[in-house]
Design a protein. Structure first.
Length: 405
């Protein structure tokens, strides 16, 4: 007779709840949320939701293991295979978990990317509010050596701190880093984070209590992730008139040097949006589509985004893009990949002046068959099937090199 059967027969105690139980319950609850989403119109919409859920499950299990603050390291926050928060196709996102009472050294080498920025967040994204930015800045505020190397510190406020020291506000819990590309073949940088009082030591080995806590954290993270991004489009997009874009405005919860123009589209198969915007003097200007799950569309194998370095600029200095399901035969086609509804998003970053309405886009809904009448440089914009395949090949190869860099 085994020990376990003896304990059971004696009725001494019930077996403990499986460690994975909270996470499995959260997965079931998240699946219910996906299946009941009010914007689901077709099986394809639902399939996309379940794909989003699968990636979120994988991401939350992975990220819950990086949640300890004793020995922090940078992890990918969002990316092509675990998307959230309308991820920018031109950006690599990293974050590390921190606590305000400790001091951290962040060091590395700046690549040739157009922008490198840091943001300290307090609290988590929740279903009712965006996180407060304790501090947010780009690399113009940090000392960078001639070879691109840098070393900065984050920690409790202290007197006489130098330009390489950034105080952590009350409740600081995360350091987010964004590396932004205009040309996807730009050279990726390197970065690491070290906690000053634990450098050279090892973290505590996980035990059952810590693993139970990890699965609980992953459960909370998954439901927060799904709830939050269900609400975000409602907060900032879906109350706007359809097939329009706002004037540029400071990005909610973002950097002080980042502006956005936002909207949402709803197009029939025989309609297209013609979006016209001046090529900006800002170092970065990008446009993308997103789904109503608030994630980017496939930007590797389809042209669902364009920045000012990738787009064709007309002779009058304007960029004209065509958003449509059908191929209009122009270089600046933005593919809806079969979707009739979705998110529209512009970003301007590393700005040194306010972006005004004159810097922003204008939008026209036009019959697909009449597109040539609304594109003054139509003949110059045209591209054949071979040329289009070359554009997609360039995206695929540059992306592969960027992710492996």
């Amino acid at each position: 007779m085994t020990h376990s059967s003896t304990a059971t027969e004696a009725g001494s105690s019930a077996p403990p709840e499986p460690l994975t139980a909270p996470f499995l319950a959260a997965v079931a609850q998240a699946e219910t949320l996906i299946a009941s989403a009010e914007f689901v119109r077709s099986d394809q919409d639902l399939a996309e939701g379940y794909d989003y859920l699968a990636a979120s499950i994988a991401a939350c299990l992975r990220l819950s293991g990086a949640h300890g603050t004793s020995h922090p390291y940078f992890v990918s926050s969002t990316g092509p295979y675990a998307k959230m928060g309308l991820d920018n196709p031109d950006t690599l996102y990293y974050h590390a978990t921190i606590e305000p009472s400790a001091e951290y050294v962040v060091s590395g080498v700046r690549g040739s990317t157009v922008d490198l920025s840091f943001q300290v967040l307090k609290g988590d994204y929740t279903a009712t509010e965006v996180p407060g930015g304790a501090d947010a800045f780009d690399d113009r505020r940090i000392p960078i050596a001639a070879d691109g190397s840098f070393s900065i510190r984050f920690g409790p406020a202290k007197p006489d701190a130098g330009p390489d020291y950034f105080p952590l506000g009350e409740g600081a819990s995360m350091l987010a880093v964004r590396e932004v590309y205009s040309d996807w073949s730009e050279r990726k940088g390197s970065i690491r984070i070290e906690r000053v009082d634990t450098i050279g030591t090892a973290p505590v080995e996980p035990d059952l209590a810590r693993l139970r806590k990890r699965y609980g954290a992953a459960a909370k993270m998954l439901l927060t992730r799904v709830h939050t991004w269900f609400n975000f489009p409602k907060w900032f997009y879906l109350d706007l008139p359809v097939n329009t874009l706002t004037a540029p405005r400071l990005t909610p919860g973002g950097l002080s040097t980042q502006y956005s123009s936002v909207g949402h589209f709803d197009l029939a198969d025989d309609q297209a949006l013609v979006i016209t915007v001046p090529k900006s003097d800002a170092p970065y200007q990008g446009f993308q589509l997103g789904s109503l799950w608030y994630i980017s569309l496939d930007y590797v194998n389809h042209q669902t985004s364009l920045n000012h370095a990738q787009a064709q600029v007309d002779s009058d200095g304007l960029i004209r893009m065509v958003v449509s399901a059908r191929d209009p035969g122009v270089a600046n086609w933005i593919e809806t990949t079969g979707r009739t509804r979705g998110i529209l998003q512009f970003r301007w970053q590393r700005t040194d002046r306010p972006m005004t309405e004159a810097d922003g886009p204008t939008v026209a809904v036009v019959p697909f068959d009449a597109l040539a009448e609304h594109l003054p440089c139509f003949e110059d914009n045209r591209i054949d099937a071979a040329g289009w395949r070359d554009r997609i090949t360039a995206r695929q190869r540059a992306f592969a090199e960027r992710m492996l860099g």
